[in-house]
Design a protein around this ligand. Structure first.
Ligand SMILES: [Zn+2]
Length: 456
């Protein structure tokens, strides 16, 4: 199957090293240098990459490898990554975040995991597919977008709305983050493959009060009401919503996790028992938080938008923006109703909610030939590893690609040792990628593509 020579691996590592040394912190992004570097490598291999986007300095790179004309029988498969990264504070890092230092078997740098590692991986597989003369039954499209970390507007959202042709028009599948890495639990190795992401409901909450001169005592201060509302919302545990992806994910982890897990698994989905039993099933708070997030809507007040204007005037209104995330099947109106219950204001007499932005959760079926191929490949690359369909609390570019009718999976294969926790590396300090895991990832991704699109 798809083995990598030492020279090919050295080339892939060098790609990653060079990409890590280009600072694409978003904001502002500055993805241009990274996109141009990739375009140059692709041209060296005879490809014709295109750069397009909202502005010169924020381009998206797209590149197509055409199917064998005698074998073409299906819609394209897209390999998608984003080139921007979140900020890094050098003070908190062991090695400078944009130097791509190799130490302890890892390449260190902001973006090593999220997600220049996959950019280098997918690029390597894409170039090798051409060099090795894969007889593809569908077009393969490599995409490296801008602006994922700031909401996807100038990146995949722009491409989907303005140049879907560059994404193969109606791609059948997209492989993207977040999944495919080793998750160590109870002495077993799991491979979550993302099939769903939660939706978004950005809200503005406004408290109303009675304006007046602040030299007088006043029980109806809008700012004070807002403060109480913020506190209640921040501490609220909203109702359980069990979706198919959440059930598959939790059930998949629990059934392989010993007697307690097996016994607890069905009860965890119960609307009343579930929230009480979760701490028993997952004692570690950090890990529990991320599981809990996919089982309910969440709402975090993040931005005090409007308060008073003058120190001696009691304001009539005060507002806060709330980052709400929706479980599959839920709407922003559902979340508002849950928050009204938390505020004990069912009819909206004291508080107003405005929906600033809404998008429902995206859910893809794991019952597809590509998912089956991912399972087969992982069984070959890591016998004993357990594949579970997963859902993430955040969102990725897949949310936009879904609008083109594509089935999107978070499959960024990466073999991690038990002492490297994926969740801590993602946007964390000392982000780094183990080089042997990176090599395994390229071979696993290559084998997946070979089995799926280039089979004899
Ligand atoms: Zn990412």
């Amino acid at each position: 199957m798809f083995a990598l020579s030492d020279t090919e691996f050295a080339e892939a590592t060098d790609c990653l090293r060079q990409l890590l040394r280009i600072d694409t912190t978003n904001p502002p992004g500055n993805e241009r240098a990274a996109a141009e570097r990739i375009a140059r490598w692709l041209r060296d291999d005879g490809f014709s990459p295109e750069l397009s986007g909202v502005s010169e300095d924020r381009p998206n790179l797209t590149c197509r490898l055409a199917a064998d004309p005698t074998r073409r029988k299906a819609r394209p498969l897209v390999l998608s990554c984003h080139l921007d990264v979140v900020p890094a504070d050098p003070e908190r890092w062991t090695h400078p975040p944009f130097d791509a230092i190799e130490a302890d078997g890892c390449l260190w740098g902001r973006g090593a995991i999220d997600m220049k590692g996959f950019a280098a991986m997918a690029l390597t597989v894409f170039r090798l597919a051409r060099r090795r003369g894969f007889a593809l039954d569908r077009d393969l499209v490599f995409v490296a977008v801008a602006d994922e970390e700031a909401g996807t507007e100038k990146g995949s959202e722009w491409l989907v709305e303005n140049r879907p042709d560059l994404l193969g028009s109606e791609p059948e599948y997209v492989l993207n983050e977040v999944g495919g890495f080793t998750l160590h639990r109870d002495g077993k190795r799991f491979y979550p493959v993302q099939v769903a992401e939660k939706g978004l409901a950005w809200l503005r909450l406004t408290a109303r009060g009675t304006p007046g001169h602040s030299s007088l005592p006043d029980p109806d201060n809008a700012l004070a009401s807002l403060a109480r509302a913020i506190d209640r919302i921040a501490r609220a545990r909203l109702p359980w919503h069990i979706s198919r992806p959440a059930r598959d994910f939790l059930g998949g982890l629990a059934t392989h996790s010993g007697t307690l897990g097996k016994w607890l698994s069905p009860a965890l989905f119960h609307p009343v028992l579930g929230p009480r039993l979760l701490p028993l099933a997952i004692p570690e708070p950090g890990r529990r938080r991320s599981v809990e997030a996919v089982l309910r809507n969440t709402a975090n007040p993040t931005l005090v938008h409007e308060g008073g204007r003058k120190i001696n005037v009691i304001p009539a209104r005060a507002s806060v923006d709330i980052d709400g995330r929706l479980a599959p099947g839920q709407t922003a109106d559902d979340l508002v109703a849950e928050l009204r219950a938390v505020l004990r204001d069912p009819r909206g007499e004291r508080f107003e909610f405005e929906i600033l932005r809404e998008s429902e959760a995206t859910v893809f079926s794991p019952d597809t030939p590509l998912f089956a191929t991912i399972r087969e490949t992982l069984a070959h690359q890591d016998p004993g590893g357990i594949v579970v369909p997963s859902i993430i609390p955040g969102f990725t570019d897949s949310r936009n690609y879904a609008r083109l009718g594509a089935t999107c999976y978070g499959f960024y294969p990466l073999k991690l040792p038990a002492d490297l926790d994926f969740a801590a590396l993602f946007h964390g300090d000392d982000e780094r990628i183990p080089l042997d895991g990176f090599r395994w990832g390229i071979e696993t991704l290559g084998e997946t593509i070979e089995r799926f699109a280039a089979a004899e």
